[in-house]
Design a protein around this ligand. Structure first.
Ligand code: PHE
Length: 330
């Protein structure tokens, strides 16, 4: 018995300890064979031997458990020493996240209009012909549909080409007055230096009683907004055409690269186009069943804003996920 206790105390690893445990407690271990011998012993000494065996079993168990705990502690300490990590070591990778410039620009735009008390509305990316075109005064076969190269599905469904359908959905679901913006992704079949098949727009719509909303209101708001986004720039409104607004205008800011002198970015004009807008066309109000109201609407491309703010020459680089570009926006 003492020799087994000695063996346990001298074990140097958990593996060795386990072998000893099996040799004592296993099916063919010494305890099993000792207990098996009991039935051949004379009845008068049987209880005494059985008692000794049980005491031995208990003692061995205790010594085994103590040794096991000690060896485990030793092994953990050994591992900790071997696998030391220097947390203060400088990492040349320096990996840190950054907000993508499109997201960042979108957030700034949203922030402005929230302060101006506009609500935020969203709509589906897969739209029907009615909301994307028809209700926006763009009947089938209208030549102005060619202004937006569309991805079509079956059954008059399509990927929305602008955020304007959210104007329609919002008016269908709420009574005037309305003050909303709608940020989100839009899709067009276009791919070059300044176009990607997916990009983001922010739409704006304000509707109130007839005669309560004027072009002057619209002009004030957009002038203030563009100053917030681009700082001290000149803003001009140029007559234009959209089927869903009348009158319509495109809005330019003085070129932020050459300050109006004329350069490659502004095609020597001194101006950069940044927005489309106008007074909501009466046919749009008719399509949603609105009566006796007036309103204005505007729409802008978020990527265009991001490119101008951060002076990014190629729109496509915003979507390539190249870390060398993204790392500059930390
Ligand atoms: N939906 C137009 C576009 O995508 C932008 C716009 C919105 C113009 C609202 C006027 C009013 O080009």
């Amino acid at each position: 018995m003492e020799e087994w206790i000695e063996k346990i105390k001298n074990a140097v690893s958990l593996e060795e300890l386990d072998k000893i445990r099996v040799a004592i407690f296993g099916k063919k271990g010494i305890l099993a064979s000792e207990f098996a011998k009991l039935k051949n012993l004379p009845n008068d000494i049987k209880p005494k031997v059985a008692k000794e065996l049980n005491e031995f079993k208990e003692k061995i168990n205790r010594v085994l458990n103590e040794k096991k705990a000690a060896l485990e502690k030793e092994e953990i300490e050994k591992a900790l020493k071997a696998e030391k990590i220097d947390l203060s070591l400088y990492s040349p990778a320096g990996i840190k996240g950054a907000i993508h410039p499109v997201r960042d620009t979108m957030d700034r735009i949203i922030e402005y209009f929230i302060h101006m008390n506009f609500s935020i509305q969203t709509g589906p990316l897969v739209e029907d012909d009615f909301h994307n075109f028809e209700a926006l005064n763009l009947p089938k076969h209208h030549p102005a549909r060619d202004m937006q190269d569309t991805f079509y599905f079956k059954d008059d469904m399509l990927l929305r080409t602008h955020t304007s359908p959210v104007q329609i959905r919002t008016m269908q679901n709420t009574k005037p007055p309305i003050r909303m913006i709608s940020p989100g992704a839009v899709f067009r079949r276009d791919f070059d230096l300044t176009h990607t098949p997916m990009f983001h727009q922010v739409e704006g719509l304000l509707v109130d009683e007839k005669g309560a909303v004027s072009f002057a209101n619209l002009k004030f708001l957009l002038q203030d907004f563009l100053t917030y986004m681009f700082g001290d720039v000149e803003v001009r409104f140029r007559p234009s055409f959209f089927p869903f607004t009348e009158p319509s205008a495109e809005v330019d800011i003085s070129c932020i690269f050459c300050e109006g002198e004329g350069c490659r970015v502004c095609s020597q004009t001194g101006w950069l186009e940044v927005l489309g807008c106008g007074m909501v066309d009466p046919n749009v109000f008719k399509a949603v069943g609105y009566d006796n109201v007036s309103g204005y609407a505007f729409g802008l491309g978020v990527e265009r804003f991001a490119m101008l703010i951060h002076k990014i020459p190629d729109l496509r680089s915003l979507f390539e996920g190249d870390l060398r570009l993204l790392e500059q926006f930390r």
